[in-house]
Design a binder for this molecule. Structure first.
Ligand SMILES: NC(=O)c1ccc[n+]([C@@H]2O[C@H](COP(=O)([O-])OP(=O)(O)OC[C@H]3O[C@@H](n4cnc5c(N)ncnc54)[C@H](O)[C@@H]3O)[C@@H](O)[C@H]2O)c1
Length: 308
C-alpha cells in the first residue's frame, strides 16, 4: 500500500515508518521537523518537509494518491498547550482538518489518528479507565485531541470517510528523548546514563500507564486491518508510579540514581491507567513488553547514543 505518515520524523511515527517499510509498504512522510529529527527518517521513505496546515499539502495528496494515512504530527506538549492554546488548536485541530479534508477529497480508504488516553479522561474515578468514561480533558491539548476525534466521527457519518482513533497511554522508548519535554521514563533514563540528577515532582506516588513504543507500533499495524470507526485505548492496563519507574531504572542499572523530590506540579493528574479490553477484542492486541524490560531496552539505546 502507499501510506502517508504525518509526523514521520518523530518518536512514535519514525518507529512506525520503519515497521511499515519492513512490511513492504511504500511510505511518504510529511513533517515540519519542529520536534522530529531528520536522522530518524527512514531513507526508503519519501520525505516532504512541510507544515500539516499548509495548503500545499493537497498537492502531495493529488500527486501521491495514498491508500492509507497515519496522522501523528502534533503539538505534543501539554504545558505548551496551556501556555498557548491557539497554537495547539492551529496544529492539532486545523492542521488535522487539512489532512482529513484531503483524505476525503482524494479518496484515501482510511485515516488512523493517534489520540491521547492519558490526557483525555481528566482525574478519572474509575481506574483502569475505559473509552466510555466521560471525556472532560484538563488541558487544551486533550481538548483538541478530543475535538479532532469528533471531526473524524463527523466525516465518517456524513461523508463516509473510514477512520480509527487510538488513544495512547504514556509511551516511552528509543528516539523519545530529544532534549526537550517528553515522558518521565525517557527523561530519567537520559539523566541516569549521563549521571545527572532527576527531579521527582511531589512524592513520586502519581501513577501512569507506561507503554513501550514497539507495543504501540504493533497496535497501529493491527489497526490497518480493522474497519472499526471509533476510539480504542492503547496501554498496558497496569498502573505504575513514578517511584516504580525510578526503582526499575535502578534495578536495570544495578545502582541507585541521582534523584531528589521537588514540589508537586499543580494540575498534574494523580492517577491514569487505561482499560484495554476493547483493543483485545477489536485488534486482538495486548502489550507484550513489561516495564522493566522496556526500561532495559531504552537504557541500551541511550547508552549506544552516548557512545556515538
Ligand atoms: N509520546 C506519548 O506518550 C504520546 C501519548 C499519547 C499520544 N501521543 C501522540 O502521538 C503522536 C506522536 O507523538 P511523539 O511522542 O512521537 O512526539 P514527537 O514530537 O516526537 O512527534 C511529533 C512529530 O510531528 C511533527 N510536527 C509537529 N507539528 C507539525 C506540523 N505543524 N506539521 C508537520 N509536522 C509537525 C514533529 O516535527 C514531530 O516529528 C502525537 O500525535 C502525540 O500527540 C503521544
Amino acid at each position: 500500500m502507499k501510506i502517508l505518515v504525518t509526523g514521520g520524523a518523530g518518536f512514535i511515527a519514525s518507529n512506525l515508518v520503519d515497521k511499515l517499510i519492513e512490511a513492504g509498504h511504500q511510505v511518504v512522510i510529511i513533517d515540519d521537523l519542529s520536534t522530529g529529527l531528520k536522522e530518524y527518517i527512514n531513507p526508503q521513505a519519501h520525505f516532504y518537509q512541510m507544515d500539516i496546515a499548509a495548503p500545499k499539502v493537497e498537492e502531495i495528496f493529488a500527486l501521491q494518491k495514498f491508500d492509507l494515512v497515519f496522522h501523528l504530527a502534533a503539538q505534543i506538549s501539554v504545558i505548551k498547550s496551556v501556555e498557548n492554546p491557539e497554537l495547539d488548536n492551529r496544529i492539532n485541530v486545523l492542521g488535522g482538518l487539512n489532512i482529513l479534508a484531503c483524505c476525503w477529497k482524494h479518496q484515501v480508504k482510511k485515516i488512523i489518528f493517534v489520540s491521547t488516553g492519558g490526557a483525555l479522561y481528566g482525574e478519572a474515578e474509575v481506574i483502569p479507565t475505559s473509552e466510555d468514561y466521560p471525556a472532560w480533558p484538563l488541558s487544551p491539548y486533550g481538548i483538541h485531541k478530543l475535538t479532532f476525534e469528533k471531526y473524524l466521527n463527523y466525516y465518517s457519518v456524513v461523508f463516509g470517510q473510514a477512520y480509527t482513533a487510538l488513544r495512547l497511554a504514556n509511551v516511552y522508548g528509543p528516539r523519545q528523548y530529544k532534549g526537550g519535554e517528553c515522558g518521565v521514563v525517557s527523561i530519567f533514563i537520559d539523566n541516569a546514563v549521563n549521571d545527572r540528577e532527576s527531579i521527582i515532582n511531589g512524592d513520586g506516588s502519581k501513577t501512569r500507564d507506561f507503554i513501550y513504543v514497539s507495543d504501540v507500533v504493533e497496535a497501529l499495524m493491527k489497526t490497518i486491518g480493522t474497519d472499526y470507526a471509533g476510539a480504542i485505548n492503547i496501554g498496558t492496563g497496569i498502573e505504575k508510579s513514578v517511584n516504580d519507574v525510578v526503582l526499575a531504572i535502578e534495578l536495570a542499572l544495578g545502582k541507585s540514581i541521582k534523584k531528589k523530590n521537588g514540589p508537586a506540579k499543580a494540575g498534574e493528574q494523580k492517577r491514569s491507567c487505561l482499560d484495554i479490553k476493547k483493543a483485545k477484542e477489536i485488534l486482538n492486541w495486548e502489550s507484550q513488553v513489561m516495564l522493566d524490560d522496556g526500561i532495559r531496552k531504552t537504557i541500551a539505546w541511550s547508552k549506544a547514543k552516548l557512545d556515538k
